[in-house]
Design a protein around this ligand. Structure first.
Ligand code: Q9C
Ligand code: ZN
Length: 670
């Protein structure tokens, strides 16, 4: 079976003809330039030419009435021939909506454009894609326009995909800063559509001021548990808060749900600078959110524009999203990765509300719902309070002045290099750069003697280290993103990688050791974060080494994903490594799919710089590791429930000890 590749882009200038014809401050921000400026920015970064441009079409009446009533459709249709007074009156029927005579046509193109995207992805023509459309959709309801939205583009797409492709499970992720109450209403009794939304809420004081946007609206009837609301009760939420919600709420549930298709209601009013959202997440954050979602549904991900009203922030965020869909390495998230107290409270509340419905949450601690506005002890740790309005303003201005000018999009180099034995090169996918060159013997010896490491200087090992150093230099000098190295002695090899990288000038190395690797752990003053996952307990480990032991066969289920989401990724995001080293020894007990998933998820860190060192006996992992490094989506690992008790205990015990120091681990209060 051929793996789908390529990214679709849906855009048509005609959708800029829907516009506000009179003075209305409430609606003035939803301007046609939102679309044209974003498309121009995609062109500016040469991203349009890298995508497959797919034409829009009108959604048919039959398709629109998958979600909307025929009477509502007729009413919207009737706006085509209205005069300006009639248009104004029609607009007044609804909350925050405007029509002109082109609105109906644009709304049909917006919905139809999204259906074109769904068809491109579901047919395997492309792997994923983005639809730049307006008017937006997620506030629109069966009989009602609302919040700039006429037809509910994403809801129509979900019903269409279910019907046409016989899908049992569709995930809708709504990262727009407003609650897509329209989508919630349409699917609240439907267990085949899992709807996730985060939204500015401020205890119901923010538009649309609905009681049902609260975390306790979890769906109804058969759909109970399939509606996830994360209310933001403060403004100023940033990268750490968004990442924390993905790691602790959305991703575990989404992996357990195991969707066949992911649709994103992609509003960028949740980005910094937006006048509606007043949040602080930077455009880079959307690369990370996108990358996470690309790991679901075999990579079948359709991203659909909703809101986003700061033209610069909007267009940069869209570019980050599209670059990520194309498979480019992710930008690093800079700055403090501590979620604020208010965000952790929201996370805690959502997890507690959904605990009865999802196995992955069942092990969370007892729920305590509390409100607090200032600094408070959380599990013995002080979390920061949310930003004040003034602080949000200062951070936004600083960002717009300095950072925005310097977002630069490098042309990606070759992806993956490999130094493996000749007989194993046949296991590598097409496109991997096979490295046969080596650092000269003398030079290798000189580099090694520099380390003062006890090395067995067998000729065999020396030559393998020469290949390793050559490949590592390529990664350090950014000639390739990542590499895979086969080694007769992983212990020595991985120590050499760490030492050489530090000598090169790197300050934060993420060192993940899987299986048996009796290795010296280095003391390099916080320059290495070592995580060891193995069946064997290792005596006398330095306290700084994070060690996870378990005795059961992890091939049987995918409990390992639990450790990834709950421990390894939060640690990695807190640490912000400059290079990740994965050492795979014998007896790791991990399935091929689990290791591939780990590598794909870790590619969001360190600008995608990963070195994988595999013991030469473990070649059965080689093909899927190389595929994961190449960013290819191979049919995914099975959903990870049931999760083993042993794994939960091992992970939770570590989390408990570490969460004071590593703030992204925190997801409960009280
Ligand atoms: N005074 C989208 O982002 N604002 N819609 C109402 C009330 C309406 C947002 C303010 C915001 C609608 C797609
Ligand atoms: Zn919005």
């Amino acid at each position: 079976k051929v793996m789908a590749s390529g990214t679709a882009l849906i855009y048509d200038e005609e959708m800029t003809s829907h516009k506000l014809l009179w003075d209305d401050p409430e609606c003035a921000i939803e301007v046609p330039e939102r679309l044209s400026v974003s498309y121009d920015q995609l062109k500016h970064y040469s991203l349009v030419e890298r995508c497959v441009e797919v034409p829009v079409r009108e959604a048919t009446e039959e398709e629109i009435t998958l979600v909307h009533s025929p009477e509502y459709l007729e009413f919207i249709k009737s706006t085509q021939t209205m005069n300006i007074e009639e248009l104004r009156n029609a607009s007044k029927k609804y909350n925050a909506v405007f029509f002109n005579t082109k609105s109906y046509r644009c709304a049909k193109l917006a919905a139809g454009g999204v259906l074109q995207l769904v068809d491109s992805v579901m047919s395997g023509e492309v792997r994923n894609g983005m639809a730049l459309v307006r008017p937006p959709g997620h506030h629109s309801q069966r009989n009602e326009s609302n919040g700039f939205c006429l037809f509910n583009n994403v809801a129509i797409a979900a019903e269409y995909a279910k019907k046409k492709y016989n899908l049992q499970r569709v995930l809708i992720v709504d990262w727009d800063i407003h609650h897509g109450q329209g989508i919630q209403y349409i699917f609240e009794e439907d267990p085949s559509v899992l709807y996730f939304s985060w939204h500015r809420y401020q205890h119901q004081e923010f538009w649309p001021n609905l009681r049902e946007s609260e975390y306790d609206a979890i769906g109804k009837g058969k759909g109970t548990g399939f509606n996830i609301n994360v209310p933001w009760n403060k403004v100023g939420m940033g990268n750490a808060d968004y990442i924390a919600v993905f790691l602790h709420v959305l991703l575990p549930i989404a992996f357990e749900f195991n969707p066949e298709l992911v649709l994103v209601s992609s509003g960028y009013d949740s980005a910094i600078g937006d006048p509606e959202g007043c949040m602080c997440a930077t455009p880079e954050c959307f690369s990370h959110l996108t990358h996470f979602l690309m790991q679901l549904a075999n990579g079948k991900c359709c991203i659909v524009l909703e809101g986003g009203y700061h033209l610069r922030s909007l267009s940069e965020s869209i570019c980050m999203t599209v670059k990520t869909l194309l498979g480019d390495p992710l930008p690093q998230l800079h700055g403090d990765m501590t979620p604020c107290l208010s965000a952790v409270e929201s996370i805690h509340n959502v997890r507690a509300a959904h605990k009865p419905y999802w196995k992955c949450l069942a092990c969370s601690d007892a729920a305590v719902v509390q409100n607090a506005s200032t600094k408070r002890e959380v599990n013995g740790t002080v979390l920061t309070s949310a930003k004040t309005n003034k602080e949000v303003e200062i951070e936004t201005n600083r960002f717009l002045d300095s950072h925005m000018k310097s977002i630069h999009v490098p042309v990606p180099p070759a992806n993956t290099a490999a130094a493996v034995s000749e007989s194993n090169t046949r296991l590598l996918p097409n496109g991997v750069l096979v490295c046969n060159d080596t650092v000269e013997l003398g030079e290798t010896e000189a580099i090694l003697s520099d380390f003062h490491v006890q090395l067995v200087k067998g000729a065999n090992i020396l030559s393998s280290l020469g290949h390793l150093l050559n490949l590592l230099n390529k990664v350090l000098q950014k000639q390739v993103h990542n590499g895979i190295v086969e080694s007769p002695d992983i212990s020595t090899s991985s120590v050499v990688v760490l030492k050489h990288s530090i000598n090169f000038g790197l300050n934060r190395l993420l060192d993940i050791v899987l299986g048996d690797a009796d290795r010296n752990y280095l003391h390099e003053e916080g320059k290495i974060l070592s995580i060891r996952i193995s069946e064997k307990e290792m005596p006398d480990l330095p306290a700084s080494i994070i060690s996870l032991n378990f005795n059961e066969d992890l091939q049987r289920d995918n409990s390992f994903l639990y450790a990834l989401l709950r421990l390894i990724l939060p640690l990695a995001y807190s640490y912000q490594p400059e290079l990740t080293i994965i050492t795979l020894g014998p007896n790791s007990k991990l399935s091929v799919g689990s290791i591939a998933m780990m590598i794909r998820l870790l590619q969001s860190l360190a600008n995608g710089r990963i070195i994988t060192v595999i013991q030469d006996t473990e070649y059965k992992y080689m093909e899927s590791i190389a595929e994961a490094l190449m960013n290819l989506n191979r049919p995914g690992i099975v959903p990870y429930a049931p999760i083993s008790k042993e794994m939960i205990l091992a992970v939770e015990e570590r989390r408990h000890k570490l969460q004071e120091e590593w703030k992204l681990l925190q997801c409960s209060v009280g």
